[in-house]
Design a protein around this ligand. Structure first.
Ligand code: NAP
Length: 278
């Protein structure tokens, strides 16, 4: 993992390469909200996707006013089988140069205790949605011969994570998807980045029953997004944060059994007594 971070493109070059419009899923909070804000600041028009309409509409109004960009919203539940069709229909009038497939959620706790319906929904949102969105949007990007795809994955996709088995497996899927697509389309001018945040200060921790006070090196969503945008041409995978890069380089270099037992202890310590997934 390279510690020399590239300098970001100027707004004009960024807009030419990845504009005029970006599609951001999971824009109603956390990392997706920060992506939307930073991309609007670089002059891109946006299509924002999530379930919470009120939040999307408020963000759209705020960004339109602050940055003189056009922002549309698509209220969709990515766990629903027709969600991607709905999003593609909403994107029909837009020239999408950048896909940020970011929506996702996690479930923590003993695997056998997790609700099977929630696990199935998680696979739909975390895995099937980026799979289908890239499938539908790559042809347009390839025709233009420029553009980008960011898939928000996780450091949990870099190795197995006890007490987060299904989520870690879903993020191993997105890391593999990002790496494979990078190998296919980056030689044709389309950048692909599987973004691996570590602990990031969003609503996700509370939703997963994690005690934020036990976490070290927590990053802000904006810091994660700035690294992602600076490294968009530096794929296929980027781990956000020097501390996370050092930690996961060490963990993935350790004997696997040792690393997994250490991860198990870390996650057990972070779970609140009620310890349930969202
Ligand atoms: N926070 C971390 O420590 C961390 C670490 C590594 C990776 N990540 C990844 O970062 C991404 C963003 O998470 P976050 O930390 O920013 O959490 P967050 O604040 O909870 O945001 C999650 C976003 O995903 C959307 N979403 C969830 N389920 C959805 C569904 N069924 N349909 C449509 N949208 C849905 C949410 O919108 P609605 O609820 O409005 O639908 C929200 O906008 C996720 O892929 C997550 O796995 C987070």
């Amino acid at each position: 993992m390279n510690e020399t971070l590239p300098r970001e493109l100027s707004s004009a070059k960024f807009g030419f390469r990845y504009g005029p419009a970006a599609l951001v899923t999971g824009a109603s909070s956390g990392i997706g909200h920060a992506f939307a804000t930073e991309l609007a600041g670089r002059g891109l028009d946006l299509l924002l996707v999530a379930r919470r309409a009120d939040r999307l509409r408020a963000l759209a109004a705020e960004l339109e006013q602050a940055h003189d960009v056009a922002v549309q919203v698509c209220v969709a539940d990515l766990a629903a089988p027709d969600a991607v069709d709905q999003i593609i229909a909403a994107a029909a009038g837009l020239d999408i140069g950048l896909l940020v497939s970011n929506a996702g959620f996690g479930l923590k706790g003993a695997h056998q205790d997790n609700d099977p319906a929630r696990m199935a929904a998680m696979l739909q949102v975390n895995c099937a949605a980026p799979l289908q969105l890239t499938h539908r949007l790559l042809p347009g990007l390839l025709r233009r011969g420029r553009g980008g795809v960011i898939i928000t994955s996780s450091v949990e996709g870099l190795l197995g994570v006890p007490y987060s088995a299904a989520y870690a497996a879903s993020k191993a899927f997105t890391n593999s998807l990002g790496e494979s697509l990078w190998g296919e389309v980056s030689p044709l001018g389309v950048d692909v980045l599987a973004l691996c945040p570590g602990s990031t200060d969003t609503e996700a921790h509370a939703l997963q029953g994690i005690d934020s006070a036990t976490l070290e090196g927590v990053m802000s969503p904006r810091a994660v997004v700035l690294e992602a945008l600076a490294n968009l041409g530096n794929g296929p995978v980027h781990v956000a944060g020097a501390q996370n890069r050092a930690m996961f380089t060490a963990l993935t270099g350790m004997p696997r059994r040792e690393a997994l037992l250490q991860m198990a202890a870390n996650i057990r310590a972070a779970l609140l007594p009620s310890g349930t997934g969202s």
